[in-house]
Design a protein around this ligand. Sequence first.
Ligand code: DX5
Ligand code: ZN
Length: 218
Amino acid sequence: MAVEIAPSVLAADASRLGEECQAIAEAGAHRVHWDVMDGVFVPNLTFGPDVVAACRPLVDLHFEAHLMVVKPDELAPLYIEAGCDTVLIHAETCPHLHRSLAAIAEAGARCGVVLNPHTPASSISEVMPMIDEVLVMTVNPGFGGQRYIASVELKIAAVRQMIDDSGRSIDLEVDGGITAATAGTAVGAGANVLVAGSAVFGHRDGPAIAIKELSASV
Ligand code: DX5
Ligand code: ZN
């Protein structure tokens, strides 16, 4: 299965976000991962929809919004409007997850569920028939540059089994601490999309080499 690379622009140079999106597009990235944080669900505050919209016309890359927010139902439409192709919402922030996902799909975007390290794979069994993606967090959300939580690999494998059993083509994305040293076991457990922030934007030889090394490591 082809593995996609989705650099997280949380680790990019915030003063040159548009250029950084163009740089990862030229470097062979498949997606731009927008880490949207409201300072409440996670203790950090990041990109509003206007920032995403400003970068949208600069590259043809798939835009995905990872909503780390307490009110995903309110914010999801704004990021779809801003040009996101996929909206990923946390199971932990959605008491009515089925309805929240349906609203994203009805608005014309791909929908995905995000699972924090403590949240079991079984929590999304009832929405497998309607989702396009599962994002399994391999760190606790809020910041880039954290250490990969290897114990999550058991959950990655469980989600992969659920996807196979569903008979649907659902992406399994992992997010947090993904580097050339950890990507191989994450893909081995069942991931097919890799979010990488510091491994791409912090690489001493630039994003093209970073993406090449990541792709070669799986
Ligand atoms: C954390 C974010 C991740 C993070 C990844 O809350 O969801 O996308 O930015 O950064 P690295 O790859 O540096 O761990
Ligand atoms: Zn993320």
